[in-house]
Design a protein around this ligand. Structure first.
Ligand code: NDP
Ligand code: 8X3
Length: 252
């Protein structure tokens, strides 16, 4: 389709699956993350397989300066961004409020909330100039109901939910769509990051559960991004059939 899609957190999981899905539809991609090598490998793969153009940008979304530098320095032809997918994010730890690590809290808020805000503000001038655009923000079921020991991760995703709603109102006059996507359990590197490399604990999250895959979520995002100009999916919660919300999961 030759749109320009900017995906944050494309080095893994849902973001990588989005890159593969949009590339297969012949969209051109800006893929970002901190792990440069992974981005370069993905760029080569997709350019070869799909015959599209991929631009890689390696930076930490927590840094306001790095975000604005990266976006301001995009070549002019790459600034015509049709869709921003604010996907980069993480959970760190699953600890009670009274014992959780304060650095983990800072990292989650700085990445999931501030990173999304900086990216959106950096890209918006191009969409406003174009008279159209679409921002898809990655929330979570954790941003709809809180669960035990989810405290600050849940808070960061509740913040994303509020930002979706307020962005949508403020950007109406610019013809910019804002969509919140709120997945339940998706089997990616998410749990390994959350449990700080403890593979056994991470794997236990998905035992007895046919959870969502990154590709399942990418399919949904692709659908939202392909609707006619006058239609906007505002908010979408997606879980596997064994999950009702962030609290109730029926494991077999
Ligand atoms: P992964 O860990 O597989 O991927 C996370 C991505 O975010 C990576 O590409 C990582 O890239 C990037 N990222 C993390 N921190 C930063 C940072 N500071 N700066 C730039 N990029 C960063 O997890 P998922 O794919 O599952 O997660 C993607 C999003 O989906 C997150 O926002 C998560 O909260 C959300 N989500 C996940 C669910 C799940 O069950 N998996 C359910 C609901 C929502 P790199 O390390 O290279 O920087
Ligand atoms: C990720 C899903 O349930 O681990 O956002 O919070 S959950």
């Amino acid at each position: 389709m030759n749109r320009i899609i900017l995906i944050t957190g494309a080095s893994s999981g849902i973001g990588k699956a989005c890159a593969e899905k949009f590339a297969a539809a012949k969209d051109n991609l800006i893929i970002t993350g901190r792990r440069k090598e992974r981005l370069e490998i993905l760029k080569k793969e997709l350019e070869k397989k799909e015959g599209i153009k991929v631009f890689t940008c390696c930076f930490d979304v927590q840094s306001r300066e790095a975000v604005f530098n990266a976006i301001d320095n995009l070549p002019a032809e790459w600034k015509k961004i049709d869709l921003l997918i604010n996907n980069a994010g993480l959970a760190l730890g699953r600890d009670g409020f009274e014992e959780a690590n304060l650095d983990d809290w800072d990292t989650m808020m700085n990445t999931n909330v501030n990173g999304l805000l900086y990216m959106s503000r950096a890209v918006l001038p191009f969409m406003i100039a174009a008279g159209k655009g679409h921002i898809i923000n990655m929330g979570s079921v954790a941003g709809k109901d809180v669960y035990e020991k989810g405290n600050v991760y849940c808070a960061s995703k509740f913040a994303v939910d509020a930002i979706n709603k307020s962005m949508r109102i403020d950007l109406l006059k610019y013809n910019i769509k804002v969509t919140g996507i709120h997945p339940g359990a998706v089997e990616t590197e998410f749990s390994e990051v959350r449990y700080k490399g403890d593979k056994e604990k991470a794997a236990a999250t998905y035992i007895g559960l046919k959870s969502l895959s990154g590709a399942d979520v990418a399919e949904t995002i692709f659908y939202c991004a392909g609707l006619p100009d006058h239609i906007c999916i505002n908010d979408l919660v997606i879980t596997c059939t064994q999950q009702a919300n962030g609290i109730y999961i029926f494991k077999k």
